[in-house]
Design a protein around this ligand. Sequence first.
Ligand code: SF4
Ligand SMILES: [Zn+2]
Length: 375
Amino acid sequence: MEAELWRIYRPDAAAVWEDEVVRERLSWYYRVMRDEAPAKYHIAARVEAPGDYREANDEELWRIHDELAKAFDEEWARQRERPDVGLASRPLPQASLLDVKVELAYRQLKGCELCERRCRADRTKGRGACLLGAKPRVASFFHHLGEEAPLVPSGTIFFAGCNFRCAYCQNWDISQYPESGVEAGPRELALIQIKLRREGARNVNWVGGEPTPNIPWILDSMRELAKRGVNVPQLWNSNMYLTQRGLSLILHAIDIWLPDFKYGSDEHALRYSVAPRYWEVVTRNFSAICGRGEDIIIRHLVLPGHVDCCTRPVLEWIAKNCPRALVNVMDQYHPDYLVPRLAKYREINRRVSEEEMRRAYRIADELGLAWRQVS
Ligand code: SF4
Ligand SMILES: [Zn+2]
């Protein structure tokens, strides 16, 4: 893409950085984006691990991981205080926290519990509940100009397959068809990222479908970037249905979070996305991220007829537990995939009304959320 064309399509993507709230709340991402700080994977790749880490059994290796994560946090705190992008070109140790993460992530493929479906599928032999086996497939990648202003142009990589079954999915042609796209290993994923960054992407945006089932190759591709000294912020665009360990694998590698927070009611999460224990799982994961002071833009898609049961509790929870988050209150819902086809979804077979959106925005205002900058 012609590097600066986005300035014509999205002038707000430049202007948004004049907003002090955005600058302050996305300060880590902003510095990595401008190559003033090293992406987190550069830090993780330089936290030294024991050379024989591969010989440890799973529980020992998790213990090693959690110990090294503390060293990571100390270095990240230093980097936030006094960023030093020079770290990205320093020599790599023989083994690192990033290597340990990659090893733990690949071990998941023998009995996967990356997400809270916890189906324990042996993905080297068959498929998990996300319909994915032992190889990721990339449906497309490009400079996305439709994302939130601070992210544009966003180097978006769409994976096939998903662990959710959203009845209204707008990407159903890739999320529910894991054979779409082409196989891409860590090297290909690294080359895609390098290309997107060189052509002006502000970040690499992992999405799908859902990126969670693809964590092993995503982390492995970062190893390649660390070796080559390439610096690019990593963005996690996800339904946040990860297990604690799934989240812990990526926690020290993601620079900015772009999660969905869809439902305030487990009943509705089950009905529309077939996602049991939704509230417990996603609030636990949001708490872990927000508690660390990470940079985050939370997306909430307003569903027709769900302002009181979903929008209100979601926004209230964010105001109380993630007060630093920017919030995108989204009006883009339209009936898609199964909704127009199946009578059982007739109550959401319409657009959200203007009155419903006004109410959603009013709730966000009453709660003092920062939403106007990214909605
Ligand atoms: S990512 Fe989730 S659904 Fe997919 S195999 Fe792993 S535990 Fe199962
Ligand atoms: Zn609802």
